[in-house]
Design a protein around this ligand. Structure first.
Ligand code: EPU
Length: 449
């Protein structure tokens, strides 16, 4: 297993180009199951979750090909073509490594009339139910059962003998707002259903908008994506299309925090500013300077993030989009650990998503957590320590804290980080970080001698 060794205290300076978004790319890839024509996506990040989704699509009869001589350091272009519709089982062996495997369920049901997807198991960031996905698909007429740990869903048989979903009004509100992948699933499924579907309380996340753009380019008729009411008029078939994946707003935000926490200045290109209002607003409020240059497309803007003075404390509450994203909560907590005063962070999407708190505390942060809220009393300095990454965003939080800390931080289990950040150490090194990827066994052995 790999670990990072980070020597802190160096400002991050330079330029970074944001990759395509992992969370947008996964449901976009699943949409390729809905047509027999080729779907090409560009700017897909090279990440473990993407490789797993590719493997899953291939098992489901969808051939995935990269152009010859593809550059392994650059984001990938992938052409996906479904050539075999006969199987519809997303097995536990793949879904257990990647919860987003659930987003093949809607496309399979829509196109093949049935889908069998292993029910995702536990998750480090707390409970991750899929009841809203299932309720939404059931409203479109699917009959859903649980067999041997798998969700088995079948569309009703129509007058022509073929299985086809039926349009309906679907409410996707849950205890913590809507559901992003649930909206993706129901919206995709409705594209090939008979008649009109209206999704009420749909997730408004930009990744849902990106999926609607691809599906519409494939011939779907979706209106209202990005608002709480999405209307889909079903069509008989979809065709191929080419689409560039939207930039990753969480990666962009992580590099903004990297500049701020180290007192540096980082120019972030391909930055989806339009999708980041809550984040940029909060960064400005705490004293981070953001100089932005927006061309024709504010989703691909340039933003220079810099911080010279002290960081002010803040109140941050994670919310569904356009509120502050849960996927940047941990990274912000690292920054607020060094603020001048007391901050309050409340996690409203995944109330248990606080595994980074204990690790930040090992580095000298003063954090008191009660339930979904953490109070952070800013300290003057963080100090390097051996720490353990527990999930993707908690890993990013520890990397950021380590960049600012005095001395050396060893971060174990960085495979979590590799699920969401392409070659983060190479990119940070280019910005001036002292960061090495090492074999954790060697690190442990060295510590014992
Ligand atoms: N929820 C339910 N029932 C459901 C589905 C969700 O109660 O059927 C609840 C969840 O427990 C949570 C809330 O609804 O409290 C929102 O969950 P959502 O379904 O929106 O999460 P998701 O679609 O499974 C995606 C991202 C997550 C991100 C969340 C929230 C992908 C692959 N994952 O998950 O990303 O945190 O939306 O924005 O798109 C990450 O990248 O680190 C990550 C975890």
């Amino acid at each position: 297993m790999d670990a990072f060794v980070i020597e802190g205290g160096r400002p991050m300076n330079g330029r970074v180009v944001v990759n395509g978004s992992k969370n947008a790319a996964l449901p976009l890839m699943a949409a390729a199951l809905m047509t027999e024509e080729p779907v090409t996506l560009t700017d897909i990040p090279r990440l473990a979750d993407i490789a797993n989704m590719r493997r899953l699509l291939e098992e489901l009869g969808c051939e995935c090909a990269e152009p010859e001589h593809a550059d392994d350091d650059a984001p990938m272009a992938l052409t996906m073509r479904t050539t075999d519709d006969s199987g519809s089982h997303a097995r536990y062996e793949i879904v257990k490594t990647m919860r987003a495997g659930i987003c093949v369920l809607g496309p399979l049901l829509a196109r093949r009339g049935e889908g069998r997807v292993s029910l995702p198991g536990g998750c480090a960031i707390g409970q991750r139910p899929v009841d809203l996905h299932l309720r939404g698909l059931a409203a479109l007429g699917a009959e859903i059962t649980l067999t041997a740990g798998d969700i088995v869903a079948q569309a009703p048989v129509g007058p022509d003998g073929a299985r086809r979903l039926r349009g309906a009004t679907v409410f996707l509100g849950g205890p913590n707002g809507s559901t992003v992948l649930g909206t993706a699933n129901v919206m995709s499924a409705a594209c090939l259903a008979e008649g009109r579907t209206v999704i009420e309380c749909a997730a408004c996340e930009p990744e849902v908008v990106d999926l609607a753009k691809l599906l519409n380019a494939m011939g779907a008729r979706i209106e209202g994506a990005g608002t709480p009411r999405v209307t889909i008029d079903g069509v008989r078939t979809l065709h191929g299309a080419t689409h560039r994946v939207m930039p990753d707003r969480i990666e962009a935000g992580t590099y903004m925090v990297a500049a701020a926490i180290t007192g540096g200045s980082v120019t972030i290109e391909n930055c989806p500013l339009d999708a980041m209002m809550a984040v940029t607003d909060r960064l400005r409020e705490i004293g981070v300077r953001l100089d932005t240059r927006t061309g024709e497309d504010p989703m691909r803007a340039v933003c220079r993030a810099s911080a010279e003075g002290p960081i002010a404390p803040a109140h941050v509450t994670t919310q569904p989009h356009p509120g502050f994203p849960t996927d940047l909560q941990a990274q912000f907590m690292a920054l607020l650990s060094l603020a001048e005063g007391n901050s309050v962070v409340t996690e409203k999407i995944f109330p248990e998503r606080f595994l980074h708190v204990a690790e930040l505390t090992r580095m000298g942060a003063h954090i008191f957590r009660q339930g979904p809220t953490a109070v952070i009393s800013g300290v003057r300095r963080l100090v390097g320590a051996p720490v353990m990454a527990s999930d993707l965003r908690a890993s990013a939080c520890l990397v950021l804290a380590a960049l600012a800390a005095e001395g050396t931080t060893n971060i174990h289990r960085v495979y979590h980080l590799d699920r969401g950040y392409q070659r983060m150490e190479t990119r940070l090194r280019a910005l001036g970080a002292s960061i090495e990827r090492v074999d954790a066994n060697e690190l442990d052995a060295a510590a014992l001698t």
